[in-house]
Design a protein around this ligand. Sequence first.
Ligand code: AGP
Length: 589
Amino acid sequence: MCGIYGIINDKKNQAAQTVLEGLKKLEYRGYDSWGVAIIPENGQKLKIDKHIGKIGDATTNLSQGSIALGHTRWATHGGVTDINAHPHLDCTKKLAVIHNGIVENYQEIKEELLEKGHQFISETDTEVIAHLIEEKSKLKKINEAIFETFKLLRGSNAIAVLDLNSQTIIACRNGSPLVVGLGNNQYFLASDVPAFLKETNKVYFLNDGEGIVLKQSGVTLYDLETEKEKILTPQTLDWKLEDAEKGGYPHFLIKEIYEQLTTIPKTTSINEKEILELANKIKSEYKVVLTGCGTASYCALAAKYFFAEAGIDAQSIPAYEFMPFSKFIDEKTLVFAISQSGETADTLIAVKEAKKRGGQIVAVVNARGSTLERMADVVLPVSAGPEIAVVSTKAFTSQLSTLYLLTTAVRDRYKIGQEKINDLSKVLTKWLNVQLINQLITLAKTLMDEEHMYLIGKHLNYPATLEFALKIKETSYIHAEPFAAGELKHGVITLIQKGTPCFVLASNDEVKAEVLSSAAELKARGGLIIGISPFESNEFDILIKTPDLGDLTIFPNIIVGQLLGYYLGVGRGADPDKPRNLAKSVTVK
Ligand code: AGP
């Protein structure tokens, strides 16, 4: 997944620098390399500036101009090199192409173009697009050449082309997100709204199969199939710029962890009508299937336990393993697709398949205007606000509290559910204090040089260990392996030696004793037992005390994992907002 940003009519005539500032706001989408192309004033040739690595405080030496296009890359095809960085030019050096996605048939297109004498300098699939447009524009107007080229590309893609001759930016979307910003005689193109939110909140989210032409006189929308003009209906977003800023915090991750004190209770005041309607459907024998990827798949698994509490046998299937089970989807199946971005390829593929089989899609999504939101039959927006840090936190807890509220509605206890979630945030607000933070910083220092750690949890705390471990892995790059507590004696206890850090996630629930005996087994093998629990125990060498909130204790138990991951990551010199090799949402299979 990559970040795309373009501007026409830059008021400061510093379009290249403006694009660079916009790309900095999109860097969570990929940070292997970046690049900018500009039409210099009275320029005869496009000017390009591209580099490997994070943008950081980079500036560009590109000259003045009011039209520019830029890209921040998450490498899929071709190594992380300056040459492979986007934009890519055609042979005439009058077309600059940037791309988000994968061109699955690029090899065969390349072979044909090589036979026609085109010269390629990079290993990327993207460069093929520039040369194919060049080839087609020999016989067609530039829009048509670009639309026709785009329709030949297989896979989920979004492209943007800076054309010197027509002084325009032309873009197409099929799968990967694109949004247009309509400013005051300034026009923006981006992969996500925060990039230009400072300039305008008047936007148009492109749909699959749409193309857009940005020129100095304005913006025109096209249907790619017919290549005919379409009416562009913008919407005005109620997003505030500070939502996408750090707000005085050193990193977005720690800011978003603290924001959970307000985002979790917010879920009690939204979606009531949809939640009660869905509860009635579930009570009238609709099957429940929950799916998502990564952190969202752990939310699905935790929700499965909440549904079981409500007497509902819900299926939780990670989206990347969905297909073998799609045959069980039918008209009486509610498929809850959980996603922060609403753009994750595997989740969208699972949703497409479920729709094909008649399933009703319920999107439990954070980012507004996303593809998932537009594919869904029912939308439960969790409204946690823009989540910029790659490591998901507030979106996860808002998705989980939304699904928890649904299970309370199934038990005709929605009001009680709302009260419990509101009480949860009041208790979290008291608990998330300096003492806790100091204790976690001390623990992080203790564990800083560890390369392996293990986690156990039982019942609801099992999905909590999966999410806790993922936060540690994503932020600190430490190998953290979660197990169901009962799994230990079936093999994995071999991994425990003297001093091996072992986290025990527990609640005051019906399996408290069993979890403590598993802790004792780990201790007997020399494990350093770290309790994440509302109760003391002699089994614990270290205790991070969490509030006793019954079945909602997994919320603070997971937040400990978010915070510990943050302090371990910072301590080990990792970038908590942009972990290596990751991107905010994975728009390729
Ligand atoms: C979570 O911290 C990761 N960024 C990743 O596992 C993420 O949850 C997954 O890629 C799904 O993304 P989505 O919620 O945007 O669909």
